[in-house]
Design a protein around this ligand. Sequence first.
Ligand code: IPD
Length: 268
Amino acid sequence: TGSTPGELLEIAVRLARDAAATARRMRDEAIGDVQTKSTDTDVVTAADKAVERQVADALLTQRPGDGLLGEEYGDAAPVAPGAVRWILDPIDGTVNYLYGLPQYAVSLAAEVDGTVVAGVVVNAATGDEWTATRGGGAWRAGRRLTGSARTTLDQSLVATGFGYDARRREHQGAVLARLITRVRDIRRLGAAALDLCLVAEGTLDAYFEKGLNLWDHAAGGLIAEEAGLVVSGLSGAPAGNQMLVAAPPALFGALHDALVELDAAGGA
Ligand code: IPD
């Protein structure tokens, strides 16, 4: 099989659908004893690992020369220049998954030489699917996505998320406490990949979060970009401990400036 963005997307969609089916099935089977597992996240960890293993095995059979960066097992092996590296979040929205809130997803992106060229996000609970190839636009159910037309911050519905680290949460809370008076409202839906897709389709006006991992935003970030949104770190640098911001061009400046100010004021 080849490695054009279109070909990679086709593979990604097939793998992500199968992965979503596994995640969904494991949740349905485990639902009776979710509460009796040894720790709160046991069921989630098992499903995360099973889904990642399934994608890794399929890739190894179909495309042995490719690399894989996954949330559960990390980087399988370094990839040669020009080779494809897949970036996988087996279950984005693990807390939603644990509680049965229908907002959890498989996120799979294909990267070549550090650039994401194809990506798919599948909501495993609902089957909704968002895709993009670099230069080929972002799509959901045959409809091309263009983001929201909102132009002012005070009329914008802005999504965000929280990392798991307590200090980071304190900082995120401090930023939110001040941002909430400047926007229409805030949403915390619990899956970064889906947040980015909802911004891409204009259901949410904008999204920001500090400290995402590459697997959280690789596919969703391309989908948002291809929908015409600005997706950027606060200082233009890639995300890491950075704040990632995704907003339509007309809104980006105002949100970015507010976040620069609040992020600095929030400390940490
Ligand atoms: C998390 C979710 C959440 C975001 C966190 C992520 P996970 O990913 O995307 O919405 O706020 O920063 O770590 O752990 O569910 O794959």
